[in-house]
Ligand binder design. Structure first.
Ligand code: ATP
Length: 771
């Protein structure tokens, strides 16, 4: 056979990168494709979409198409994958991969970015390993000549994990898993209401053949009574164990029962645990009116949540960087996320470790299966166990180690505050501590507690807090007032109510409060107690952490608002929305929402706004509208943080755009205001609140039995819990206050997300106008 005719070599020797989505679709895949396409073009590469996964690679021809900048417009707000995905049998076999290799060379592609699950990444890894042999075979069979093959000697593969199951080892989150969890939690929340009304039990089956992440996280988020996970089967006597726990919950007054079963759940002998079996037990042994709900494909559906849009965008951009930095010696990477940090890990190793989980399960080595999941998974499991089952006598501490723990909310409400409190209360009760809610913040505490019908200082029972996992707002009430407003009374109340440890949940005011209490220790011994602040604010501006609970809920509310505006702008054509975000003096919310919705420009307080900037952005708008051919979701969004500029207000910017557009396009203002606090907290805020709540209490507990002076001398006795890079840790307030806090602007001195602004600008095409 005569060798194939290849297209002429590219004059500029531009790299050609292929991007595909493969395996089961996952929300966020479109965001990854958009980021890869635009980042590749911004880096002066050519980029091709391979339609229908490996099927497109094997079929070649029109299934491999060059993508332009505008071809991915509107991708971020679409569910599924717009370039298609398929399960491709022929790629499983070498002959299929041989054709795929030829098609890549014919199209001039030597780098592949694949967004898929572990199957897709296994295939990718095999493809790269076989690549030299495949090229030799193509030459031998005279399908291609040596000269034709020469420039393609090295195949670059980069993996992006797109999978709703979150089943890949070495990453905390896969693209799609939080959207899927969101869908599950939404469904369970609906079911919860009917279960409560009728005092019913529901057994809910969720996806996850070898991975219980969705089941576990749904259990933590929704406060399920029992969960069944493949990698950690229940004890041998699970039937009795489950019935005992549920019976206890009912005796304590709980009106509903939720059991979550992963589809791959089994007992310690690998015998399947089916929802029907669980239902029969609840019906026959506990006489509960029990129903089964199998959530099925709704778990895949819908648009991506804020986190998945951000994750896919950042990972897509990082994948292009990885391609450009790769040398023939570099092992193929997979782009991962550890806590808050995008990292590259060897693809081979990640896939191997993932398979080992399934192997460990098959060998009934469940300890190993759990240990192969990341540390975060085990922590969530522990948080789940400790915060769910009432009455765990084995966890009780001796009398002298038990504390009266004050729990207080300070500042504006934020999603997850209640989930954190529920976890803290449940932890306290499990260990024998006494959880005491200090209602309505410090002013509530000072405003005479004795005058209120129930008092503002109340011990919380398991049942009080039980239903708080999914509740928005603040069940114990929150207030912006600081201890310094009446420090004397605060100290008096702490002494009167024998508060021995303080768990404080809130934003910058909460942070300030702990700082004030710590400093006041000098005068008031009532404050010589351990204190932890769990940052909770939509603004994510608390020093000592890169993530405050509530900020994810806010982002989800904001992108929902932006999507609605974009749709309206798109339908009316030639319209731009200038949307004002919250965030105080921190541009975090505006920037991350900008990444997640593909905003044309983001204005932050850190950067400010000036006339040149606006002039260039209006030029950018003119060009974008001139090119607009009526693509889907083509409405434009500009985000402006509420404090970005005193002069250039949201209305003024919208007015300037209108004026300068001279009728070619128009502008509208959107101010979501308090809508940004969200209604129901996002699953990410709920699970992190539970995990950090438990960790905070574990930290406080370490000080039990110590003298007041020893406590005060220990810098860690007033601490902030937070995520810093790839770690969750406690930082001493005295250090964070001095070294990490910009007190004037009420935000951290170093804001980790500042570098992300450049990605927003690059992917919106704004960067070239800023030069
Ligand atoms: P999900 O997590 O949604 O199941 P996945 O990527 O694991 O996604 P798979 O169906 O396992 O989904 O794999 C997708 C495609 O990847 C397969 O149809 C096949 O073309 C290719 N593939 C999977 N495993 C291999 C393998 N061992 N060798 C070659 N190709 C493979």
């Amino acid at each position: 056979m005569a060798p194939t005719e290849l297209p002429p070599p590219l004059p500029s020797k531009k790299r050609r990168i292929g991007v595909m989505t493969s395996g089961g679709d996952a929300p966020g895949m479109n965001g990854a494709v958009r980021a890869v396409v635009r980042m590749s073009i911004a880096q002066n590469c050519e980029v091709y979409a391979i339609y229908e996964g490996y099927e497109g690679l094997v079929q070649g021809g029109d299934m491999i198409k060059e993508m332009g900048w505008d071809d991915v417009r509107g991708f971020l707000s679409e569910g599924g994958t717009l370039i298609g995905t398929a399960r491709c049998k022929s790629f499983m076999e070498r002959p299929g991969r041989l054709i795929a290799a030829k098609n890549m060379i014919v199209k001039g592609i030597d780098a592949l970015i694949i967004c898929g699950g572990d199957g897709s990444l296994t295939g990718a890894d095999k493809f790269r390993k076989e690549w030299p042999g495949l090229l030799e075979e193509l030459i031998q069979k005279q399908e291609l000549t040596e000269e034709q093959v020469e420039p393609f000697k090295h195949l670059n593969i980069v993996g992006l994990v797109g999978s709703i199951d979150n089943d890949l080892s070495m990453t905390d989150a896969t693209i799609g898993c939080y959207s899927s969890l969101g869908r599950i939690c939404e469904s369970v929340d609906y079911i919860d209401a009917t279960a409560f009304s009728h005092q019913r039990a529901f057994v809910i089956e969720v996806m996850g053949r070898h991975c219980g992440w969705l089941a576990l996280m749904a259990g933590v988020s929704c406060g399920a009574d029992f969960v069944f996970l493949p990698e950690n089967p229940p004890p041998l006597d699970w039937e009795d164990d489950m019935c005992k726990i549920i019976k206890k919950h009912r005796e304590l007054g709980k009106r509903k029962t939720i059991v979550i079963v992963a589809e791959g759940a089994h007992d310690r002998y690998l015998k399947k645990i089916s929802p029907a079996h669980v239902r029969d037990l609840l019906t026959n042994k506990l006489h509960l009116d029990t129903r089964i709900t199998t959530l099925g494909h709704v778990q895949r559906g819908g648009t991506a949540c804020a986190y998945d849009r951000m994750l896919s965008t950042l990972q897509g951009a990082e994948a292009v960087k990885a391609v450009l930095e790769a040398t023939p010696e570099t092992p193929s990477p997979v782009i991962c996320m550890i806590e808050n940090k995008i990292v590259r890990r060897p693809l081979l190793e990640a896939v191997k470790q993932t398979h080992e989980v399934a192997e460990a399960i098959a060998a009934k080595d469940f300890d190993r299966a759990m240990s192969l999941r990341d540390a975060e998974f085990a922590e969530y499991y522990q948080a789940y166990q400790i915060t769910t089952a009432a009455n765990q006598p084995q966890l009780l501490l001796p009398e002298e180690k038990r504390l009266r723990v004050g729990i207080i909310h300070v500042g504006a409400p934020a999603g997850g505050m209640n989930a954190a409190t529920r976890a803290a209360v449940a932890y306290c009760l499990a260990r024998g501590h006494t959880p005491v809610a200090l209602h309505n913040g410090f002013p509530g505490l000072c405003r005479h507690h004795d005058d209120e019908p129930l008092g503002s200082v109340r011990e919380v029972t398991w049942l009080d807090a039980e239903s708080w996992a999914s509740k928005g707002g603040s069940e114990i009430g929150t207030n912006r007032g600081l201890p310094s407003d009446d420090i004397e009374t605060v100290a008096m109340c702490f002494a009167k109510y024998k508060i021995q440890a303080l768990f404080i949940v809130g934003g910058f005011e909460a942070f300030t409060s702990v700082s004030e209490l710590r400093k006041a220790r000098e005068h008031y011994s009532a404050f010589k107690i351990p204190m932890v602040i769990l940052p909770a604010t939509v603004s994510n501006n608390v020093p000592g952490t890169e993530y405050s609970i509530g900020s994810d809920t806010c982002l989800n509310a904001l992108i929902q608002y932006c999507d609605a505006c974009r749709q309206s702008a798109s339908s009316s054509r030639r319209r731009v929305f200038v949307i004002e975000t919250q965030g105080g003096a921190s541009g975090y919310i505006a920037t991350i929402a900008g990444l997640s919705v593909g905003a044309l420009a983001v204005y932050t307080p850190e950067e400010g706004i000036n006339i040149k900037m606006l002039d260039r952005d209006i030029d950018h708008l003119r060009e974008t509208f001139a090119k607009d051919k009526g693509q889907r979701n083509a409405g434009k969004i500009i985000l402006r943080n509420e404090k970005a500029s005193k002069t250039y207000t949201t209305e003024i910017i919208a007015g300037m755009i209108r004026e300068e557009a001279r009728g070619r396009f128009e502008s509208r203002v959107g101010v979501p205001g308090h809508f940004q606090q969200g209604t129901t907290p996002s699953p990410m805020d709920r699970v992190r609140a539970a995990r950090f709540g438990v960790k905070s209490l574990q930290h406080l507990e370490k000080f039990a039995g110590m003298s007041k002076d020893d406590i005060a001398d220990d810098p860690m006795s007033a601490a902030v819990i937070g995520i810093k890079g790839a770690k969750v840790l406690f930082s001493a307030m005295e250090i964070v206050e001095k070294k990490e806090t910009d007190w004037k602007d009420r935000r951290p001195k170093d804001e980790f997300w500042m570098g992300l602004k450049e990605i927003v600008d690059t992917l919106s095409g704004r960067s070239k106008f800023l030069k």
